[in-house]
Design a protein around this ligand. Structure first.
Ligand SMILES: NC(=O)c1ccc[n+]([C@@H]2O[C@H](COP(=O)([O-])OP(=O)(O)OC[C@H]3O[C@@H](n4cnc5c(N)ncnc54)[C@H](O)[C@@H]3O)[C@@H](O)[C@H]2O)c1
Length: 366
């Protein structure tokens, strides 16, 4: 009989409970224990999922609950400590996005995984969404020729500052799936009608009190360009449209002979389109986009796939999808925008040499 993986959840809020819904339906896993510092949240989740082992201290949970895998679903500021403590004990971790509050913390998390050999992934689940996987297979087959440009598409409904920390790494992660490792970034950030200044730096909660506590942010609208390997370029706009426009959210892959468009919202069965020519042409030609059949790639909710791939990574000693290192690259692509903007929009090399938060450095220099 195959092993059942015992999962301990840290953070029983909105996304934590989503993880519980997923894990409960996967026969390879059992929800072994829960941890939250707020007893009401802990007991609500415990009662809902019938989990008796409840903790308010994650280290105690790690030491007592005999876990195989830890899910970290605290808000961003709270990702580092429970992740590092689990990895140091040899427990594999699936941590929510974005990886960390800054690159110093992200480095510590990746280093802890390297040192222990435990598996570490960031739940940027679009990495394994069926449309992305099929698009990668089609690119490999040569359907669109050589990849020239990868265009990330934001979801809208947030100012760029909040969007960077909330949805930003989902988008940059999808870009990484086609561009590979980024080499440079050039970014420009506006605050309203003018270029953003140091005085516009604030906490995410000050920009939007209803959003999560995800550290320093700046600006309402932004544009970024990237250089990947072999001359592939990247483009990403954060447009500050007031209303959420989920249909925009995803990635376009432009090749020498055609294009693919993946949309990460909506139904997982129908989120990939193909245009058999390299440029859009006139708006009247937009109807030439053809939907791609995904039935052969395996249709599964992407968070389920993230869990199953964690088992595969543990059992084969390979890296899981959206590994800690890839999660750090996705975050680095966001931090690079601020660093480049501060330097007048010049191309900055990735990885960034100074690992402190670019906005913290900028504010301190005032
Ligand atoms: N991958 C996705 O699609 C997706 C979607 C939504 C949210 N998220 C991410 O999930 C994370 C959580 O977001 P949320 O909206 O669920 O937040 P939330 O505030 O609803 O939940 C966080 C929970 O963590 C608990 N907590 C805080 N510190 C703790 C600690 N030291 N030990 C144990 N518990 C602690 C809080 O009490 C709270 O219950 C964020 O990083 C967010 O970006 C990801």
């Amino acid at each position: 009989m195959s092993k059942t993986y015992r999962v301990g959840l840290v953070g029983c809020g909105g996304m934590g409970r989503h993880h519980l819904r997923v894990v409960k339906n996967l026969s390879e896993f059992e929800i072994a224990s829960l941890c939250d510092v707020v007893p009401d949240s802990l007991n609500r989740a415990g009662d809902e999922y019938g989990v008796e082992a409840r903790y308010t201290d994650f280290e105690r949970m790690y030491d007592e609950a005999n876990l195989d895998l830890v899910t970290v679903a605290t808000q961003t500021r709270g990702h580092g400590a429970p992740t590092v403590a689990a990895l140091q004990r040899g427990l594999s971790v699936l941590c929510e996005k974005p990886i960390a509050i800054d690159l110093i913390e992200a480095d510590e998390m990746v280093a802890a995984a390297e040192a222990s050999g435990a598996k570490f992934a960031i739940n940027q689940q679009n990495h394994v969404n069926p449309g992305i996987r099929k698009a990668q297979a089609l690119v490999k087959e040569g359907l669109i020729g050589d990849v020239v440009l990868v265009r990330g598409r934001n979801k809208a409904g947030r100012k760029s500052g909040n969007e960077f920390m909330e949805m930003g790494t989902h988008v940059t992660d999808m870009m990484l799936c086609f561009g590979g490792i980024p080499q440079w970034c050039s970014g420009t950030v506006y605050n309203g009608t003018r270029l953003a200044e140091a005085e516009d730096i604030m906490e995410a909660k000050a920009m939007s009190p209803r959003d999560r506590d995800s550290g320093l942010v700046m600006g309402t609208r932004a544009i970024a360009y990237y250089g990947f390997h072999e001359g592939i370029v990247g483009e990403l706009r954060f447009t500050d449209y007031a209303k959420t426009m989920s249909g925009n959210y995803g990635v376009d892959i432009l090749g020498t002979e055609g294009q693919l468009a993946v949309r990460a919202s909506g139904s997982v069965e129908d989120n990939l389109w193909h245009l058999p020519r390299p440029m859009e042409g006139t708006p009247t030609q937009f109807s030439d986009w053809q939907q791609v059949d995904l039935s052969d790639i395996g249709i599964e909710d992407a968070v389920n796939t993230m869990y199953r791939r964690m088992i595969h990574a543990i059992e084969t000693d390979t890296q899981p999808p959206s590994s800690g290192e890839e999660g750090r690259w996705a975050f680095e692509m966001i931090m690079g925008i601020y660093q480049s903007h501060r330097e007048g929009g010049r191309r900055v090399e990735l990885p960034l040499a100074d690992r402190r938060h670019s906005l913290e450095q900028w504010r301190e220099a005032q």
